[in-house]
Design a protein around this ligand. Structure first.
Ligand SMILES: NC(=O)c1ccc[n+]([C@@H]2O[C@H](COP(=O)([O-])OP(=O)(O)OC[C@H]3O[C@@H](n4cnc5c(N)ncnc54)[C@H](OP(=O)(O)O)[C@@H]3O)[C@@H](O)[C@H]2O)c1
Length: 283
């Protein structure tokens, strides 16, 4: 078995590469910038830019399985080249946002939906099996709070009581490992969440408890928040996030046991995630 892992500079992909290597499974680390990679010794690297279909054939050559990030624009071309290369199974890192009622209009959800549909269409045509991993909010999103916490102010939140289901990147990578290596798990969609639904305020309280340092926040209006991110976040994405946070404000998100079913252990808690990343939050 040879697995092409795309987006290998990513947190989930790089974690997955380590797991495949430890298990003795041949993996190839694909990245837009393979020179930046430091994969486990013996793992080959290849240029695989999901925004550049000209890189697909060489990256896919000899691979029978793929771990794929959801880049919507060329997902159809990727599926086509994967079929031509004789790939048997593609595991897509999708998102739980595809299940939202407004998924078609929400740009974050829509891009994942487009990638899912391209792979599902190829799978239905007999090209390969397609498996969709649909995680909820990554615990790593809270790394965006690092600078403001170091400043002592904490994040400025328009919806501090919005619930999320923060999931550890290691659990996402382990779920990917399970579906890549266990044939009976192929061809389904898996909704992955952390083990508990927590508001941003509750996540900050856990951060404070685990790091032993205060983790305050301020409350801003949605318009103030949009202004503060306008320089780097496209307006449509900012609106999509605001709409998601408003929809989950004060409403706990349902959590699943899918991580446990796939990996054999309960999903890691947010407190565990903070303990694993404590260094990132040091002043
Ligand atoms: N955040 C969430 O709450 C959430 C929820 C559900 C689903 N997801 C999905 O998960 C994805 C993020 O996964 P992740 O956390 O593993 O990814 P990540 O670490 O944010 O990296 C995403 C991609 O960016 C490139 N990259 C990584 N580090 C880089 C660097 N230092 N400089 C330049 N490019 C870099 C990598 O591709 P190359 O190596 O090819 O450049 C990588 O695959 C999202 O895009 C989304 O599809 C996220």
């Amino acid at each position: 078995m040879t697995v092409l892992v795309t987006g290998s500079r990513g947190r989930v992909a790089s974690t997955l590469l380590g797991m495949l290597d430890t298990a003795g499974i041949k993996a190839r680390a694909g990245s837009k910038n393979p020179a930046d990679l430091s994969p486990p010794p013996g793992v080959d690297t290849v240029r695989c830019d999901l925004a550049d279909p000209a890189t697909f054939d060489a990256a896919l050559d000899g691979a029978d399985s793929v771990f794929l990030y959801a880049e919507a624009t060329h997902a159809e071309a990727f599926a086509d080249r994967a079929r031509a290369a004789g790939v048997e199974h593609v595991v897509l890192l999708s998102s739980s946002s595809v299940l939202a009622p407004d998924a078609e209009e929400n740009p974050i959800a829509a891009s994942h939906l487009t990638a899912e549909r391209a792979l599902s269409a190829a799978a239905e045509a007999g090209a390969f099996r397609a498996t969709h991993l649909r995680p909820g909010a990554f615990a790593t999103n809270t790394l965006q709070w690092v600078h403001s916490l170091r400043d002592g102010r904490g994040p400025a939140l328009p919806h501090p009581d919005t619930y999320g289901d923060p999931i550890h990147e290691r659990d996402v990578a382990e779920a990917a490992f399970a579906v890549l290596t266990e044939p009976r798990l192929r061809g389904s969609s898996y909704l992955l969440t952390g083990p508990e639904s927590l508001t941003f305020v509750e996540q900050l309280a856990i951060l404070a408890e685990v790091t032993g340092r205060p983790a305050p926040h301020t409350v801003v209006t949605p318009e103030q928040w949009k202004d503060s991110v306008a320089a780097y976040l496209p307006e449509a994405f900012a609106d999509a996030l605001l709409s998601y946070w408003a929809a989950h404000d004060g409403r706990p998100t349902p959590v699943t046991r899918t991580v446990e079913e796939l990996t054999g252990h309960p999903a890691r808690t947010f407190a565990q995630w903070v303990a694993d990343h404590e260094e990132a939050f040091r002043p």
